[in-house]
Write a protein that binds this ligand. Structure first.
Ligand SMILES: NC(=O)NCCC(=O)O
Ligand SMILES: [Zn+2]
Ligand SMILES: [Zn+2]
Length: 485
């Protein structure tokens, strides 16, 4: 079996920083030590050797708002690798009339082009007996242990409380983790209609129609429902203090609630929606929208304090032409932005280089925490013998200016255009294969494999045990008075 040794680097994991060589045989890390040798040597002088990034939230070739997101499993996973991310978790979403299993088949077909490993969350967009039954197949046979619920996008993917609570209870039974896109979709729809009626039809209307309160309310509601169902909860794209505050409070009360800020919300703010150039603002339309500096500070603090766990991208990239579907009606601008290639360099630049995050916290929030929360650690998210050789050799001094002209993403712009970043991959390895070397792409289409994720044992068992103990019990009484009737 061909072997590779990464030499002269410093290993940085979520909890350790130390000097050692890393030996890879085939697709797996087989040894960590000193003076190791192999068929090939990768020089990591001056670099950190870290677990490759895991993006827990992407939408590649997603059918949405009358079109498909432009980055697919080919360009999207190339972008991931170029930026040091070695695994993405995408969302399989049923289309009207489709079963969960049919939707999964669709995602299986699309993902054949992936250059890096991937897994899926399954979206629940309605509720009936078939969905109830299929959830069991999805968890027990298809290797998917997480289900997403959209509390927004009324008239499309949104589920109501009835459906969500039923699904949360099913997740509890199956050892699965529910995810929520938390915005009050009913209120958003009313605000959108009002803004449009007042002639407020530009991209700034998108931000006005989705204030932090609609997110905070929904996060609180989802947390309460999850608590009543006895299941943990993962809140995707946590963008504001109201949402973070709800997560923080729940965690202080002992609830297993996880929060995921996006790199976009951490570094871009709401002023983007007030640009005079319609295209500039529309390209940045996503839900929830970008917020102000106070909200950004809250998210950064949450990552350092541990009340927020994973930094994702929600990569859902539309071209300018696609964004223009919404000229004259902001509600028709396809929601979504890219970020796969830029997540790690931006987080390093704005997090580690400013002192907001340590290097170990950086690894935790870009990789290890996702692997643990989604139940694939230590196969993924670890630099350990036996783990997949998904690694990034990170040059902390390498710099570039982000530009659509040099990106892997297939769209015609980049929402971070012109930003300088310091900290880039020297090498990115996906299951032992060197996919990126000093900015040159050497990745292979179809190399990526589906990563099966087993149902959760400990957290769900602990919660159901507690639920069982607290279950309503009839009080057996003596001396019951005769009925008054
Ligand atoms: N976030 C966004 O605007 N688009 C992608 C779909 C979603 O996650 O809501
Ligand atoms: Zn969402
Ligand atoms: Zn999303």
């Amino acid at each position: 079996m061909p072997s590779t040794v990464i030499k002269n680097g410093t290993i940085v994991t979520a909890d350790l920083t130390y000097t050692a060589d890393v030996k890879i045989e085939g697709e797996t890390i087989t040894e960590i030590g000193t003076n190791l040798s192999g068929d090939t040597t990768l020089d990591a002088t001056g670099c950190y050797v870290m677990p490759g990034g895991i993006d827990p939230h992407t939408h590649l070739e997603m059918p949405f708002m009358g079109t498909y997101s432009t980055d697919d499993f080919h360009s999207g996973t190339q972008a991931a690798l170029a930026g040091g991310t070695t695994m993405v978790v995408d969302f399989a979403i049923q289309q009207p009339g489709q079963t969960l299993i049919e939707a999964l088949q669709m995602w299986d077909n699309k993902s054949g082009r992936a250059h890096c490993d991937f897994s899926f969350h399954m979206a629940i967009t309605g509720w009936d007996e078939q969905v109830f039954d299929d959830m069991k197949t999805v968890v027990q046979e298809k290797g998917i242990n997480s289900f997403k619920h959209f509390m927004a996008y009324k008239g499309a993917m949104m589920v109501d409380d009835d459906e969500m609570y039923a699904s949360f209870q099913r997740c509890a039974e199956l050892g699965a983790l529910p995810l929520v896109h938390a915005e009050n979709g009913d209120v958003v729809a009313q605000m959108q209609a009002k803004l449009m009626a007042e002639g407020n039809d530009g991209p700034e209307g998108h931000a006005y129609s989705r204030p932090p309160e609609v997110e905070g309310e929904a996060v609180n509601r989802a947390i309460m429902l999850a608590d009543m169902a006895g299941v943990p909860l993962y809140v995707v794209h946590t963008s504001c203090e109201q949402a973070h505050e709800a997560i923080r409070r729940a965690r202080q009360k002992g609830m297993r609630v996880y929060g995921e800020p996006l790199i976009q919300h951490l570094v871009l703010d709401e002023s983007e929606y007030f640009d005079k150039d319609w295209d500039h603002s529309a390209r940045r339309v996503m839900s929830p929208p970008f917020r102000n500096k106070q909200h950004q500070d809250s998210l950064w603090a949450g990552l350092a304090a541990g009340s927020l766990q994973c930094v994702a991208t929600d990569h859902c990239a539309f071209t300018t032409e696609q964004k223009r579907f919404g000229v004259g009606d902001f509600t028709k601008i396809p929601n979504g932005t890219g970020g796969l290639e830029d997540r790690l360099p931006l987080l390093w630049t704005h997090g580690v280089r400013t002192g907001r995050l340590t290097m170990n916290e950086f690894v935790a929030v870009t990789s290890t925490n996702s692997a643990k929360i989604l139940n694939m650690y230590p196969k993924k998210g670890a630099v350990l013998a036996g783990a997949d050789a998904d690694l990034v050799v990170w040059d902390p001094e390498a710099t570039k200016t982000i530009s659509a002209k040099t990106q892997q993403s297939a769209i015609d712009y980049n929402v971070f255009e012109g930003m300088e970043v310091t900290g880039l991959p020297r090498f990115t390895l996906t299951r032992g294969h060197v996919a990126v070397e000093e900015g040159t792409m050497k990745s292979r289409e179809g190399h990526g494999r589906f990563v099966k994720r087993e149902p959760f044992q400990s957290v769900n068992r602990a919660l159901s045990q507690w639920k069982e103990l607290m279950h309503p019990r009839k009080v057996e009484r003596t001396g019951i008075p005769a009925s008054g009737v």
